[in-house]
Design a protein around this ligand. Sequence first.
Ligand SMILES: [Zn+2]
Length: 330
Amino acid sequence: MAAVSAADGTPPGVPRVLFVGGLGRSGSTLLELILAQSPDVCAVGEVVHLWERALGADERCGCGERFTACPFWQRVGERAFGGWSAVDREEVLALKDRVDRTRHVPRLARGSLPPRQLADVRRYAELYTRIYRAAAEASGARVVVDSSKHASLAFALRWAEGLDLRVVHLVRDSRAVAYSWGKQVRRPEVVDGEDWMPTFSPFTVSKLWTAQNAAFHLLATRAAVMRLRYEDFTADPAGTLRRVRGFGGLPDDPEALRILTDPPASPVRAHSIAGNPLRFSGGPLRVRRDEAWRAALPRRSRAVVSLATLPFRLRYGYLGQRGSQPVEES
Ligand SMILES: [Zn+2]
């Protein structure tokens, strides 16, 4: 295996980030967890939620510890900011509101920005760059995986100075995504009391799905973006893992694919912020396509989603009953 960077005390270079983008419930946590099984990858979960859920609510890290008790995140905070107490959370949240919102995507897609907006986006992107650099140094990994998913954050990060940003645009059949967002799912990372993941109506999911995917197509004209369909990922996990690692500049390493062997090995938990409850499962990882929506999504909901998301369903090859024809990469 190739030597990991930043393990020999050399000055920290430019962090390389694989940003997993797309609408939630598209398999990003599974992809992240599989990538994280190799020591050259450090998967940090959804950094976009760090400010509220980790720093604010002290929710549990993917390792099972509370954020403030997780040694990895303490090291990251020290390296990035001289400790998390040095971060003004309110200031970051106000900055996030000014920069990282879907409505700001058209502005962030431009070639230049007025000085004040440029200063905001640079400052916001710098916070993430520091976290990525610190995570790479603390773990010794060559690539940091952030599965924040939101297109607006990916657009903000393209303004970062000194960041090697590579975006995996993950797409999944809109009908499967709509079915998943309609289910009640408890959030195991909440320590005090009980909380549930939000649910959305089929029509709302259709709008979000179209907006997010459209944004990543726009981003692909301005940044390194690799498109990946959930259905192709689950049909060929090993081939997908090789492709994604290759896109991240990582070597074709048989060891990195060991998690996919049969019988499956138990995964190492990642120090991940937020994400699907799968990250706490601890059991063997089996990659298989979840097709429950075909029987369980009500006919009316299916009709709404099918019609409202038609243009991109055509583009991705999600047509008809079978719904997953091969599609050309664009
Ligand atoms: Zn942890």
